[in-house]
Structures are given as structure tokens and as C-alpha cells.
Write a protein that binds this ligand. Structure first.
Ligand code: NAP
Ligand code: ZN
Length: 371
């Protein structure tokens, strides 16, 4: 064989290796209206830079529900079958020859992204979630390796480039760590970006998966924290989780007492609600940052922002470097999520409870129940 034909042969072999797959058990939605049910999908066999993770725990994010039910159809239509899940913690069962960060037997975690173009300005800044590529999200993104779409963590295993896998401290409870990979970083990142600190009055709207982590972080960063909830029965928990004060957001008189007084409010609410009421609570140059992603638009009255030069902003998860920083911060400060551990066959019931704001404060699936 001459040099050029051997180069082609090698190239062919690499191509076919890249397409090799194995079958993995999953729970998936087959349509926007069907319940999640058992099935199987193909995953790529690990390449040199990949790790294969046996999934131990996967959190249930409200985004999983929005996506499984195709509620974001105008922005990110769902491709079926859809395997949700982007709060993943597991054990490395295979490590490719070029992998440096992990070895077999290590604990590894995966959040909302599994790749990005790595060259655009956002990737260079370590903000891969805003990749121009765009980023490859853990589920319902184009799978650039084997075609089709990516499949998430309601599965027995996942294969990911080590650059998008995170290290988890042995000191942390693994089930209670899983939701840090989305609920944790999605609240940590904006609180850090807007420099929330001691001496500030900070609001967190909604006490669900994201909200309870926002509360813990804002408290840890030293702010005076007010929790806004529609559920009066969550008041005691909110105080225990770090709120200095709890406001029932449906009570107009209670809301009025706080007009023009907040430096920063983080809105984690999953359903459409009145944003103007929160904008009015900001002081001059205060910021309302949306992380909640309700599928329907919310009208804004221009007078709210213009009256005190207030700002309305948004934030999406966080980059890989910052996600590792958040996990390390949690290990150092003993912060994890408050969870309800469920079996995989309880996931449909969990979705119904999410819709009733009835979770304390994140469902986590024990993936051993899928075996
Ligand atoms: P969750 O656990 O269901 O919590 C949402 C909370 O919103 C509920 O517990 C409830 O809190 C409040 N709420 C629900 N319906 C409401 C209504 N009609 N009016 C007022 N408040 C209401 O959801 P999650 O997993 O934390 O996710 C929250 C949102 O963030 C979802 O839309 C999700 O898709 C989005 N998300 C965004 C990102 C991002 O990168 N930006 C990442 C993850 C998730 P109370 O009972 O305290 O009122
Ligand atoms: Zn999420």
C-alpha cells in the first residue's frame, strides 16, 4: 500500500469508528402528549477524548417538562423520541486513551451542555452556553457524531467529551449534588455576574428547584434575601433555606411595602406572571434577571424600567469553568440541593407535581431503578 492509500484507509477506519454505537436503556417521551416510557437509544462508543458514564442520579428540571411536552415549540421544537435530563452524576466506566481529567471508577457530572464550537468569542471567554455554534445541549440538540439529536440523562449511561464533564467532590452527597448541574449553576452564575454581595437587598422569585438554590447562594454571598412565593405553605422552609423575609407575591399590600427597594431580583418562575410587579420593586439602576423560561410572552410596561433606569436582563446556565467553580464552592461550603429521591417510573407523577409547585425542592431520579 502506498502512503496516500494508507492515509485514506486510516481515515476510513477513523470515520467508521466515529460512527460505532451501543444501545442504552432510557425513559423517553414519544410525543408532546404521551407519558414518558421505557425504551432504548444508540450512543456513540467513546472516542479517545470521551468518557462513558454509568448514570447514578439525574435531577428533574422544569425544562425537561417544557421540552418533553414541546412547550417551547417556537424557539426549540422537540424532536421525538425525547430523552430529557441534564442534571447528571455518575461513575466513569470507560475513559478514552486521550482522557486526562478522569479515570475509570471516578465520579463525574454532566450538566446542560455536551459540546460547543470552542472557537467563537463566547467559548474563548469560557461562556460556552452562549456559543455562536451554537452549543450542543445535552438533549434535543443536533448530534454531530452519529446524527439525529442528543439524548439526556434519563438513561443508564451517557458518553461525553471530558472537556464538558465536571469533577465532583467526594464530600458531597451525590444524589443531592445532581441538581447543582442545572438549578445550581443557573442561579449561581447570574448572582456572581451581577456581583450580589453583603449589604444588598436581593429578591428571589419562586421557590422551586432553581429558586431554592438561588436562595442558598444569595444567602451564602451575604445579601439580605427576600423570597417571593405564591405558596404560603413554603414560608417556613424559605426561612430555613436562607431567606431573611418571605413575601406572598399575590398579596399586593405586601408587595407595595417593598417598592423601589431592591438592588437585584432573580426571577425563577416557570409560568407566565406579571413582571411589571417585580420591576417596580427595583431601586434606581436595579436589575431584574429572568432565568425562568415560561413558554408564553409577558407584557412589559415601559414606565417601569425607564422610571429609575432599571434593567431587565436574562441569564442561561453557566460556562464549564464557572460550573466547576460552583461545584467547588458547594463542596467548600457544604451546599447541596434539598431533594425528593424517586424511581424512574415515578417521573410522570413528578411532572404533574411540578405543575402544582409541589416539590421539596427538586426531584432526583435514582437511576438504579431503570436497570
Ligand atoms: P420548578 O421547580 O417547577 O419551580 C418553579 C416555581 O415557580 C414553582 O415552584 C413556583 O414557586 C413558581 N410558580 C409556578 N407557577 C407559577 C405561577 N403561575 N405564578 C407564579 N409563580 C409560579 O421549576 P425549575 O426547575 O426551578 O425551573 C424554573 C424555570 O426556569 C423553568 O421555566 C425552567 O425551564 C427554567 N430554567 C431556565 C434555565 C436557564 O438557563 N435560564 C435553566 C433551568 C431552568 P412558588 O410555589 O414559590 O410560587
Ligand atoms: Zn435544567
Amino acid at each position: 500500500m502506498n502512503q496516500s492509500s494508507s492515509a485514506i484507509a486510516l481515515h476510513d477506519e477513523t470515520q467508521s469508528d466515529a460512527k460505532k454505537t451501543y444501545s442504552a436503556k432510557v425513559y423517553s417521551a414519544r410525543s408532546a402528549t404521551s407519558a414518558l416510557a421505557p425504551g432504548s437509544i444508540q450512543r456513540r462508543t467513546p472516542r479517545p477524548q470521551d468518557i462513558q458514564i454509568e448514570i447514578l442520579y439525574c435531577g428533574v428540571c422544569h425544562s425537561d417538562l417544557h421540552q418533553a411536552r414541546n412547550e417551547w415549540v417556537s424557539v426549540m421544537p422537540t424532536v421525538y423520541p425525547c430523552v430529557p435530563g441534564h442534571e447528571i452524576v455518575g461513575r466513569v466506566v470507560k475513559a478514552g486513551s486521550a482522557v486526562k481529567k478522569f479515570k475509570e471508577g471516578d465520579i463525574a457530572a454532566v450538566g446542560c451542555m455536551v459540546d460547543s464550537d470552542r472557537v467563537c468569542p463566547s467559548c474563548r471567554a469560557g461562556e460556552e452556553q452562549y456559543c455562536d455554534g451554537p452549543a450542543t445541549f445535552t438533549y434535543n440538540s443536533v448530534d454531530t457524531h452519529i446524527g439525529g439529536v442528543t439524548y439526556g440523562g434519563y438513561s443508564e449511561s451517557i458518553v461525553v467529551d471530558e472537556a464538558f464533564a465536571l469533577r465532583v467532590s467526594k464530600q458531597l452527597n451525590l444524589a443531592a449534588t445532581a441538581p447543582l448541574l442545572c438549578a445550581g449553576i443557573t442561579t449561581y452564575s447570574p448572582l456572581r455576574h451581577w456581583n450580589v454581595k453583603k449589604g444588598q437587598k436581593v429578591g428571589i422569585a419562586g421557590l422551586g428547584g432553581l429558586g431554592h438554590m438561588g436562595l442558598k447562594f444569595a444567602h451564602a454571598f451575604g445579601a439580605n434575601v427576600v423570597l417571593f412565593t405564591t405558596s404560603p405553605n413554603k414560608t417556613e422552609d424559605a426561612l430555613r433555606l436562607g431567606a431573611h423575609e418571605v413575601v406572598i407575591s399575590k398579596n399586593e399590600a405586601e408587595m407595595q411595602k417593598h417598592l423601589g427597594s431592591f438592588d437585584f431580583i432573580l426571577d425563577t418562575v416557570s409560568a407566565v406572571h406579571d413582571l411589571n410587579a417585580y420591576i417596580d420593586l427595583l431601586k434606581r439602576d436595579g436589575t431584574l434577571t429572568l432565568v425562568g423560561a415560561p413558554p408564553t410572552p409577558s407584557p412589559i410596561l415601559g414606565f417601569g424600567p425607564l422610571a429609575r433606569r432599571r434593567q431587565l436582563a436574562g441569564s442561561m446556565i453557566g460556562g464549564i469553568r464557572e460550573t466547576q467553580e460552583m461545584l467547588d464552592f458547594c463542596a467548600e461550603h457544604g451546599i447541596t440541593c434539598d431533594i425528593e429521591l424517586i424511581r424512574i417510573e415515578q417521573v410522570n407523577e413528578a411532572y404533574e407535581r411540578l405543575l402544582k409547585s409541589d416539590v421539596k425542592y427538586r426531584f432526583v431520579i435514582d437511576m438504579a431503578s431503570l436497570k
